[in-house]
Design a protein around this ligand. Structure first.
Ligand SMILES: [Zn+2]
Length: 311
């Protein structure tokens, strides 16, 4: 095939797909979320009235995303942007500047900060400086991992989407309500399956799980990182292992896919604990299902580690 005919074919294909989707796409809001949890929760509220794109994909550390032009392209034509806030996704500021989209800059109707009204944990008491590592100066930003805060987060998303598309508010409200009912239905099961994990001591690689652990009454006894975002010092690790070694309660060491797995596994082994990897890549589900599946996967991984099942 010549280059010209290939080009013509490609144009025809693109035109064809543009024509078939133009009707629905015109009615849909284009929303971008910074992290996968927020993308899923936005789909839960927006349903088929939105198309949601995500900047930091699952499996990418949401703390320090590399800013690429492709991210700015995603945001250029967006009607709304959902950010985590609390300085987790500060890199979004550079993406916003690069996208030159006045509709999604901070203060614009299409800029949705999902953290509004979240009761923030771990707010540093004193002054924060770089020598302390990547400390989140406004408190722990990892609230989306707690399904108990989904009501607050989806309320923020609903308000934001309704600012951009006021006529759709009743639809968003209905969809949010339906999602929260399913979440509430799943909550007692999660609580029950995590009840045995309350006997365990939990060490986390990075301080990502305070909201989740608190929701389910689980006990965090240490972090592998002594300064957030910085590889731990040998002295800290030795001290940590020393404090963990002769505990009578079971020990679970929690890491995420982007952490140093070998280090986490070594620590678990030396301290007599079990390694649990949370936040796996989500499966094929989307929207509210994807959010519920992500919580489900974390619950199951912890419960399984506690049962000491082989896989
Ligand atoms: Zn963090």
């Amino acid at each position: 095939m010549t280059r010209r005919s290939l080009g013509a074919l490609l144009a025809a294909v693109l035109l064809g797909s543009a024509l078939t989707t133009a009707g629905e796409a015109a009615a849909r809001l284009r929303v971008v979320a910074t992290i996968p949890d927020l993308a899923a929760l936005t789909e839960a509220v927006g349903g088929d009235r939105v198309t949601v794109d995500v900047l930091a994909r699952a499996g990418q550390n949401p703390h320090d995303l590399e800013i690429r032009p492709s991210l700015m392209v995603k945001l250029r034509r967006a009607d709304a942007l959902v950010v985590n806030g609390l300085d987790l996704d500060q890199w979004a500021d550079a993406v916003i500047r690069g996208a030159s989209n006045a509709g999604v800059v901070p203060g614009a109707p299409g800029h949705i900060d999902a953290s509004r009204g979240v009761p923030v944990l771990d707010v540093p008491a004193g002054r924060v400086d770089r020598s302390m590592g990547d400390v989140h100066p406004r408190g722990n930003p990892h609230y989306t991992l707690d399904p108990g805060l989904a009501a607050v987060v989806t309320q923020n998303i609903l308000e934001g989407l309704a600012r951009v598309a006021p006529a759709e508010r009743p639809v968003f409200e209905r969809q949010r309500q339906a999602f929260l009912e399913r979440l509430d239905g799943a909550m007692p099961g999660w609580q029950a399956r995590l009840a045995p994990v309350r006997d365990a001591r939990i060490v986390v690689y990075h301080n990502n799980f305070v909201y989740f652990l608190r929701r389910f009454g689980l006990t965090q006894v240490g972090t592998i990182e002594d300064r957030p975002g910085i590889p731990p010092s040998p002295a800290h690790l030795a001290r940590l292992i020393g404090t963990l070694r002769d505990g009578r309660r079971p020990l679970l060491v929690v890491a995420e896919p982007w952490n140093d797995q070998r280090l986490a596994a070594r620590l678990a082994e030396e301290a007599g604990g079990r390694l649990v990897v949370l936040n796996p890549k989500p499966g094929a589900s989307r929207g509210g299902d994807a959010y519920l599946a992500a919580v489900e996967a974390n619950v199951e991984a912890l419960a399984r580690a506690m049962r000491r099942d082989p896989s």
